[in-house]
Write a protein that binds this ligand. Structure first.
Ligand SMILES: [Zn+2]
Length: 78
């Protein structure tokens, strides 16, 4: 199961309807309204606590922000 999309797991269970039913009932993570798992990168789907850039409505993780910051117009001062 990946953190980016746990429903990828469902494609493996297509041919096993009974197991699919059981998986959906017990193992799918619930939809969250608040908390750390709602901070999700729009580019790669990474979740977690550290390094989430939500400022200015960007919603990128630290890795993706580092990749495309210069394209967006950010400049590094140091
Ligand atoms: Zn990302």
């Amino acid at each position: 199961m990946t953190t980016s999309d746990p429903r990828k797991m469902l494609s493996q269970l297509k041919n096993k309807p009974q197991k699919l039913k059981r998986f959906e009932k017990y193992n799918l993570p619930k939809e969250r309204k608040c908390g750390r798992h709602t901070a999700k990168c729009t580019r790669c789907g990474r979740t977690g606590v550290g390094g989430f850039v939500g400022k200015y409505g960007l919603r990128y993780c630290r890795c993706c922000f580092r990749d495309i910051a210069t394209k967006l117009g950010f400049k590094k001062y140091n």
